[in-house]
Design a protein around this ligand. Structure first.
Ligand SMILES: Cc1cc2nc3c(=O)[nH]c(=O)nc-3n(C[C@H](O)[C@H](O)[C@H](O)COP(=O)(O)OP(=O)(O)OC[C@H]3O[C@@H](n4cnc5c(N)ncnc54)[C@H](O)[C@@H]3O)c2cc1C
Length: 435
């Protein structure tokens, strides 16, 4: 019997013979890693991908689903199960919905049993738990698809009733939501973005990314200026170098609440200014889901909450007794890899980790990860009829991209190209995946 035949028949191979590679989190980073490593694994290795939600979403699309009624039913989610991830008869497993609740040196604890136990042994474990944003920008942990759609509908209805919308945070989500609101309602709603930096996104120099603190790369001023010009032309106001003063909120009738305020209220800024708003959209960014790591080794997480990794994606234990001894890896939004926290970067990291781990398993030399200059490219949409993009060319560096780059993304938020292409039966066509 060939080694492949014996490996594909779970009835003849004792499950204790598998060397498990666990992947915690089944979204962009985890799933991209799985697709890239599966064809290269020796037959005695098995992938187990654990995802807490019954579905995953293409987040780019969400900015429209937050605003425009009906778009919550758009084509931007996929069920996470054995059939959408692995071919029939695969030895690899999807464990979903289920949640990893505790990391140990060579096992993890699950919320629900898998193969008769709530503890799984592993050879290598990849933490791809991403980040959490205020619901429903990302679904709540454990949310069903219907629950999330209901939350999105509630947001759309609240925004419809609002007259003056304050967007807290001028990152790409805040900007794109402003563009969607204008697209649907024109100038009938006042839109104000309050942002801490000297321009929207992140144009100022905040220093270098280190193992102790994650610092995102700067945004090209060409992109910032193009977006600011278009927003101004749409009547969107932005207040820069300022922040909403949440600490003063208790003394104000506003009370620090986000969402619909019921009536026009004064929202205080740190500068002493006030913005009058009846709706506050909290877009202050992502919070890395790094609690699994920090709860067993707080020093393995940066000062701003990202899992600290080396250039091979290995989690850096912070003391000799740490459980992190090179068998744990992290990537995507949860880790401090030196790129923007984007889906495109998470895909690239997943593919890079697959190469590194394949080399480790086969005893080949592995090349440390270094982000490609393509990850400095960015497209930010302003509804269906606006936005700007930069591309990165060798020697020349960043330039504004032609309009068709923006038009291409605005057609379907690149869902076919970078989301459904990950899933079997929905778009994935690589027939070489190793059973
Ligand atoms: C509204 C919005 C718009 C965006 N637009 C763009 C864009 O246009 N282009 C772009 O490139 N990027 C965009 N991004 C960023 C992009 O979505 C993220 O960078 C990307 O999703 C990161 O992937 P990830 O797999 O690291 O994390 P996530 O996508 O956050 O996935 C982590 C997964 O882990 C699961 N999980 C967490 N904890 C556990 C646990 N204990 N057990 C089991 N499972 C767990 C979660 O349920 C989740 O499915 C956008 C993000 C948002 C929120």
């Amino acid at each position: 019997m060939s080694s492949l035949m014996s490996a594909t028949s779970s009835t003849v191979v004792n499950k204790a013979q598998w060397k498990n590679i666990l992947v915690v989190g089944g979204s962009v980073a985890g799933h991209s890693f799985v697709n890239a490593i599966a064809p290269n694994l020796p037959p005695n290795y098995r992938l187990i991908i654990i995802e807490r939600n019954e579905f995953v979403q293409h987040s780019s699309f969400v900015v429209r689903a937050l605003v425009a009624p009906g778009w919550e039913n758009g084509d931007f989610t996929a069920p996470m199960n054995q059939h959408t991830v692995f071919p029939i008869n695969s030895r690899h497993r999807v464990v979903c919905p289920n949640r990893v609740v505790k990391l140990r040196r060579n096992t993890v604890w699950l919320e629900h049993d898998f193969e008769g136990s709530d503890e799984i042994e592993f050879e290598k474990c990849v933490i791809a738990t991403g980040a959490q944003s205020p619901v429903p920008i990302r679904p709540a942990p454990g949310s069903t698809l219907e629950q999330w759609k209901d939350e999105l509908r509630a947001k759309q209805a609240e925004m419809k009733d609002a007259k003056s919308i304050l967007i807290v945070g001028g990152g790409s989500v805040g900007i794109e939501v402003a563009g969607e609101i204008y697209d649907l309602y024109g100038r009938t709603k006042k839109i104000t973005i309050v942002h801490w930096d000297v321009g929207l996104l992140h144009p100022s120099d905040s220093g270098a990314n280190t193992k102790h603190t994650y610092v995102p790369p700067r945004t090209s001023m060409k992109l910032v200026s193009a977006l600011q010009r278009q927003l101004t032309a749409r009547g969107v106001e932005f207040v820069l170098c300022d922040r909403v003063d949440f600490s003063a909120a208790e003394a104000e009738e506003w009370g620090g609440k986000s969402g619909a305020l019921g009536e026009m209220k004064r929202v205080p800024l740190v500068s002493g200014r006030y913005i009058m708003a009846d709706y506050v959209f909290d877009s202050t960014g992502n919070k890395p889901n790094s609690q699994l790591v920090s709860s067993v080794d707080p020093g393995a997480v940066t000062t701003n909450g990202y899992v600290s990794i080396d250039s091979m994606f290995r989690i850096r234990g912070s003391h000799p007794q740490s459980i992190f001894k090179g068998q744990y890896y992290a990537l995507g939004d949860v880790a401090n890899a030196p790129s923007w926290k984007t889906g495109v970067a998470a895909m690239s990291e997943g593919e890079a980790l697959a190469k590194i781990m394949t080399a480790e398993i086969k005893g080949w030399p592995a090349k440390p990860y270094s982000p490609s200059s393509k990850l400095k490219e960015s497209t930010v949409l302003l509804g269906s009829r606006g936005g700007a993009a930069i591309i990165n060319l060798p020697i020349i560096g960043n330039i504004r991209a032609p309009d068709f780059v923006v038009d291409r993304k605005s057609r379907d938020f690149l869902a076919d190209k970078i989301f459904f292409s990950r899933f079997r039966q929905l778009g994935y066509t690589d027939s070489t995946v190793n059973l």
